[in-house]
Design a protein around this ligand. Structure first.
Ligand SMILES: Cc1cc2nc3c(=O)[nH]c(=O)nc-3n(C[C@H](O)[C@H](O)[C@H](O)COP(=O)(O)OP(=O)(O)OC[C@H]3O[C@@H](n4cnc5c(N)ncnc54)[C@H](O)[C@@H]3O)c2cc1C
Length: 132
């Protein structure tokens, strides 16, 4: 399959530039088979991969990204995850309280999942969790 659109390269990723040089990338050059294909190794792709691995241990999962892991938006952000994201396009900064609560609750579950992954891989993540 020929990919028609790929992410634009906005230049060096600052966090990555602080790290020692990584091993050379491993481009996919031959046809391979897998039980699952995850495209994109950002927060969403890596979280989906980890969950698939928990649910289907032993399945072969391939994660494919157009750039090095950590060089996409997930590796360029400020480094904190919040439970109710800013909605910059919103006129009233929110809208439905019910929808905000549902989103906050889903995001807290995602943050907990990411924290568990951070602990499992020794990434030194920290959490400030306020109830309410
Ligand atoms: C400068 C900056 C600061 C930010 N600050 C924060 C913050 O402090 N807190 C916060 O919560 N969020 C922040 N964000 C937003 C946050 O980074 C995104 O919400 C998050 O990265 C989204 O994760 P994702 O996995 O959905 O997508 P992405 O991180 O965009 O991952 C998608 C991946 O898919 C790959 N991809 C795309 N198309 C293809 C293709 N055709 N073939 C192969 N691979 C492909 C891309 O290379 C990329 O690695 C910030 C974003 C930026 C850019």
């Amino acid at each position: 399959m020929k990919v028609k659109r790929l992410p634009k390269d906005p230049g060096p990723a600052a966090w990555n530039a602080l790290l020692p040089a990584a091993d050379a990338a491993q481009p996919l050059e031959a046809a391979i088979t897998a039980d699952w294909l995850v495209i994109g190794a950002g927060f969403a792709g890596l979280a989906a991969t980890r969950r698939l691995n928990q649910l289907c241990p032993g399945d072969r999962i391939v994660v494919l990204d157009a750039v090095r892991v950590g060089e996409g938006p997930s590796g360029r952000n400020s480094g904190f995850m919040i439970d109710l994201p800013h909605d910059l396009a919103s006129d009233n900064y929110g809208g439905s309280l019910h929808r905000d609560h549902a989103q906050t609750s889903a995001n807290r579950a995602a943050i907990k999942f990411a924290l568990e992954a951070g602990a499992e891989y020794g990434l030194g993540c920290e959490a400030i969790i306020k109830s309410g």
